[in-house]
Every structure is written in structure tokens, then in C-alpha cells.
Design a protein around this ligand. Structure first.
Ligand SMILES: Cc1ncc(COP(=O)(O)O)c(C=O)c1O
Length: 284
């Protein structure tokens, strides 16, 4: 048990460095947050492009890779069947961030890579997208050769996660409450996602929408030349918090925004998208 995927990556970085691994490829675009944790842990993070089938396995040159196969962050792409098989044939260490695997709206969740390759995959997940990130409860399943070093790293980091929140989580799982909560969330998130898609087509018809089949956010991209960082800053000044897509890139690419819908009502989402469109129209 670890304090979220963030801590999993920090502990893993230290263990990999001690094992002579100094770099881990990451998806491009890919999560700024996870990249920061790996870098803070001393690993280099070369970018590997993501296309419509997920990460381009043929472009992998590093001894390890961090992937979000169930729902790529931030594009929302699911790792395609053939790409998945290609990744499983690849001979490096795969780090699987299953960050929001439960939140699929179109079909049952995709099975984890870890289930097929327990000795080649480090699996990390958390309840951040299911209950609350502030609880800081996550887990790792690791190949036997790293288990002892990771347990040591966790021990020296903090002597272990607080037990009370884990007991509460255990109770929620055993009583069926967690499953009920997930069913409730799926319904609510789907309504919120639909509200966001409708608001985008009303107010920002030129924005391309990506990743609607799963998750708690949509990614939008623009053909136009604009600074998505400036747009996000201007939108924040009007009380709406979004992330610029360029935060999640290491290489140049289309501008865009990452828009979370999990924590807002349909009315708030409509208003937020309207404000983004208004700010964009009035941008110099
Ligand atoms: C794709 C992705 N995975 C995992 C995390 C970390 O989540 P947590 O540490 O709350 O489990 C983040 C947040 O930065 C993220 O963007």
C-alpha cells in the first residue's frame, strides 16, 4: 500500500536507479504530474508519441516505460489490441498506471496488463478517482525481483500508510458500498460528460473533443494558433480552472485544454464552457 500513484512512482524511481536504470520513457502527450514525480526521483523521461492506438511501441528506446493503457492521460485513447500485444512482446519493464480504469462508459473496463505479465509489469493504482485524492491511498503490485527493495523504500519513506482510512476502505469493499458508489458515479459522470460535450458543441464548435468514452475529463484541441497557457490563465481569472494541454507535452503540438467534469454539476459545466468560449473570443 502506498500514498497514491504519485508515491508509487517516487519509490520506484529510487529502486530503478539503484538497479542501474536511469531513464523511463513516458507517453507524449502524457501526465505532467507523473513525469514530475519520476524526474524528482532522478529518472530521465524521454517522450514517446501516442497515436490513435496508444503509445508507439516501435519508438521505445528506453529500458522502462510508464503507460496508462486503460485510458491514456490526457488523450483518452485505449491501448489497441495489436499495440497491446506489441507492448507485451517488448522486452523492457512496463509501469502500468491504472489511474481511472473503473470509469468507462462504453464497455467493461480493459483488463490490466499486469494480469498477463506479472514479472514484467509494475502496476500502480489508487482510490483518488474513485473516492478522493486527499485520502492518499494507493497500491503497487510489483515483479518479485523489486518487491523487497520497494517494501524497504516505503518503510524508509514513512513507515507505512495510515491504517484507519485503509480499514474504512476495507469496510466499504466488503459491504458492497464501494461497488454501489461506483455504479452511482458512473451514472453521474456520464451525465456530466454529456453536459460538457453539449456545452462544447454549443459554445466552442471548432474545438475537437477527445477521450469521451472513459475518465473524468475531456481533452479538447484547437486547429488555430493560440497559447493554451495564456488561455488557461485568462480563464482562471474568470473563476474557471482548466489545464493547458501543453503542460502535458514535452514536444511541440496542437494547443488544447484538459477539462475536468467529475466534480461539477451540469449547470456549472455549461457556465464554465461558456466562460472559456467568451474568454477565447475576446483574446487579442
Ligand atoms: C495520469 C495520472 N496518474 C496518477 C496520478 C497521481 O494520482 P494519485 O497519486 O492521487 O494516485 C496523476 C496525478 O498527477 C495523474 O495525472
Amino acid at each position: 500500500m502506498v500514498a497514491g500513484v504519485a508515491q508509487a512512482l517516487g519509490l520506484l524511481a529510487a529502486v530503478l536507479r539503484a538497479d542501474g536504470i536511469s531513464e523511463i520513457a513516458v507517453e507524449e502527450p502524457g501526465s505532467l504530474g507523473t513525469r514530475q514525480h519520476l524526474r524528482h526521483g532522478g529518472l530521465v523521461t524521454p517522450p514517446v508519441p501516442v497515436d490513435g492506438d496508444g503509445i508507439r511501441v516501435d519508438a521505445l528506446r528506453s529500458p522502462a516505460v510508464l503507460v496508462t493503457p486503460a485510458h491514456q492521460f490526457p488523450t483518452g485513447v485505449v491501448l489497441g489490441g495489436e499495440r497491446r500485444r506489441e507492448l507485451m512482446r517488448w522486452d523492457g519493464l512496463i509501469v502500468e498506471d491504472d489511474y481511472d480504469a473503473e470509469h468507462r462508459y462504453d464497455r467493461p473496463p480493459v483488463p490490466a496488463l499486469r494480469a498477463m505479465l506479472p514479472e514484467r509489469v509494475v502496476y500502480a493504482g489508487s482510490i483518488s478517482k474513485l473516492l478522493a485524492p486527499a485520502l492518499r491511498i494507493g497500491w503497487m503490485l510489483v515483479p518479485a525481483r523489486y518487491q523487497r527493495d520497494l517494501v524497504d523504500a516505503k518503510r524508509y519513506a514513512d513507515l507505512g500508510n495510515a491504517v484507519l482510512p485503509q480499514l474504512v476502505l476495507g469496510y466499504l469493499m466488503a459491504s458492497g458500498e464501494l461497488e454501489r458508489h461506483l455504479r452511482f458515479l458512473r451514472r453521474r459522470h456520464r451525465q456530466r460528460r454529456d453536459a460538457m460535450i453539449a456545452a462544447l458543441s454549443r459554445h466552442l464548435p471548432d474545438a475537437r473533443v477527445h477521450g469521451a468514452a472513459a475518465g473524468l475529463h475531456l481533452m479538447i484541441t484547437f486547429d488555430a494558433r493560440l497559447s493554451d497557457v495564456d488561455l488557461a490563465v485568462a480563464v482562471l481569472a474568470e473563476g474557471v480552472k482548466v489545464q493547458p494541454l501543453s503542460w502535458h507535452r514535452q514536444l511541440p503540438g496542437e494547443p488544447g485544454l484538459v477539462l475536468g467534469y467529475g466534480a461539477r454539476s451540469p449547470g456549472e459545466i455549461e457556465e464554465g464552457v461558456r466562460i472559456i468560449a467568451e474568454v477565447r473570443r475576446s483574446a487579442p
